[in-house]
Design a protein around this ligand. Structure first.
Ligand SMILES: *Cc1c(COP(=O)(O)O)cnc(C)c1O
Length: 239
């Protein structure tokens, strides 16, 4: 339906501003990533025409196709889904932001590809706090090592941490996960990691972004509330 995406974006932006105000925060400190996975270039163009600048994709190949088809938009692309190391080089060349960095191998491969392409992607370390079977992310015990490796990289710009908590029954149930991610960041900084490289917390989706903003999210990743419901994928679809 023409106009629906623009209207949804406007109401998400209003809700973000309201949640920021309630938390005593400046809404300008919250980056809204429109998660366009499964949606087409046409829908992404509609969002971009309504002023949306950041888009998120969870699969490298699907993202690459859209990025190539939409170079004229001048928007920024975020990879938010699990990154297999054999796709790291492709991802480093196409996405400006990579939220799902969770192993030393991925850091090293991203760095090599970024160096040889003369690029400097922004990266976040994805943390696995809930230990769900299906989720990726680095164990909290190895995050400080991973942060060190990322800071030593030649061409990667570490920006912060990211989490995908368990789907909550009630959005408030996400609060403790978001708080734990923020506290982990604070611990890393207290033990000497440079705060400017851990300033970003990528957390909060359509159902719980208000809670995430209250807990200090600086990047929220919103799909359904902007583009509508996604067609359900076949259960066997590889991530
Ligand atoms: C799909 C996805 C989102 C967006 O989810 P919605 O509930 O549609 O807002 C956010 N983050 C990640 C990692 C995702 O895969």
């Amino acid at each position: 339906m023409p106009g629906q995406i623009a209207a949804n974006l406007a109401s998400v932006r209003r809700a973000v501003a309201e949640a920021a105000r309630e938390a005593g925060r400046d809404p300008a400190g919250i980056r809204l990533v429109a998660v366009s996975k499964t949606f087409s270039a046409v829908e992404i163009r509609e969002a971009a025409a309504a002023g949306q600048h950041d888009f998120g994709e969870n699969r490298v190949q699907e993202g690459l196709e859209k990025i190539e088809a939409l170079t004229d938009l001048g928007v920024e692309w975020h990879l938010i889904g699990h990154l297999q190391s054999n796709k790291a080089a492709k991802a480093a060349r196409a996405f400006q932001w990579i939220h799902s960095v969770d192993s030393r191998d991925v850091v090293e491969r991203l760095d090599r590809a970024a160096v040889s392409a003369g690029l400097r992607p922004q990266i976040l370390v994805q943390v696995d706090l809930a230990h769900e079977e299906s989720k990726s992310g680095a164990d909290p015990t190895v995050v400080s090592d991973l942060v060190r490796v990322a800071l030593d990289a030649r061409a990667l710009n570490l920006r912060g941490l990211m989490i995908v908590p368990p789907i909550p029954d009630n959005p408030r149930d996400s609060g403790p996960w978001f708080r734990q991610l923020r506290e982990l960041r604070d611990q890393l900084v207290a033990s000497g990691a440079p705060p400017s490289h851990l300033a970003e917390l990528s957390m909060g989706m359509s159902h719980d972004f208000r809670v995430a903003i209250a807990e200090g999210a600086t990047i929220i990743r919103i799909g359904t509330a902007i583009f509508g419901h996604r067609p359900t994928l076949a259960p066997s679809a590889p991530l």
